[in-house]
Write a protein that binds this ligand. Structure first.
Ligand code: ADE
Length: 224
């Protein structure tokens, strides 16, 4: 998979890909992340990427030309499955969306800033608009990092234990059951007996029931 991220703040997007699972995925050659500084596509001397909005109103708008130049250059080099714009009014990121996007080969992610981008960018270049939740970030970068994380960890070979992505919370619309590791007793707090029994079918049944109860308590909306 190849992900091209277009941003005015590339430095904000470096560290998420320099540690842990995402770094390992890159080192293994399973994913390539390319950061593109939008200012490199500006022709004027001030390196201006934004301007006042027509009709007046507070807040600057990202201009179409540098975005067009960057996206068009990338599109001339390869085909893209999706050109995503990070925006609070996009479709909310859910596990199901991450699952679908993890099957793609090439994607562009455009990070919005200021008030957002000129509507014509959205109308003519963008194929999918994604929000990471009902709150406003100061820019799309952190949202893009989260989106990339959710996608990349699903690529086969990225997680050491192939089964573990399948047992995550949300993967079957249930929250994950409680988990424990050694010691079996700590300060008098005991691990549930059933988990020490070695009886796999009973353990699975216990986990299913715990996941269901946990979901019912915390996220009844997921059961509807
Ligand atoms: N940019 C600003 N807020 C955002 C959000 N909630 N999701 C994605 N991009 C954003």
């Amino acid at each position: 998979m190849r992900i091209d991220i277009i941003t005015v703040l590339p430095e904000l997007l470096k560290s998420p890909f320099e540690a842990s699972i995402l770094k390992r995925a890159i080192d293994k050659g399973l994913v390539e992340i390319h950061l593109h500084n939008l200012r490199d596509y500006v022709t004027d001397n001030y390196k201006q990427v934004d301007d006042y909005q027509y009709g007046g109103g507070a807040g600057m708008v990202m201009m179409i030309e540098p975005i067009d130049k960057c996206i068009s250059k990338l599109k001339s080099e390869r085909n893209y499955d999706e050109i995503i714009y990070m925006t609070p009014d996009g479709e909310t990121l859910k596990q199901r969306m991450a699952n679908h996007l993890s099957l793609n080969e090439n994607m562009i992610i455009l990070c919005g800033h200021y008030k957002g981008v000129d509507q014509r960018v959205r109308d003519h270049f963008i194929t999918k608009e994604v929000s990471i939740g009902d709150y406003v970030l100061s820019g799309g970068e952190l949202g893009a990092a989260i989106l990339c994380d959710t996608i990349i960890r699903l690529i086969p070979g990225v997680l050491g234990d192939e089964a573990s992505a399948l047992t995550d919370s949300f993967q079957d619309d249930l929250l994950a059951p409680p988990i424990y590791t050694r010691p079996a007793e700590y300060k008098g707090w005991k691990v549930p007996e059933i988990l020490l029994s070695g009886n796999t079918p009973k353990i699975e049944a216990w986990r299913d029931e715990e996941a269901y109860q946990h979901t019912k308590e915390r996220r009844p909306d997921l059961l509807e």
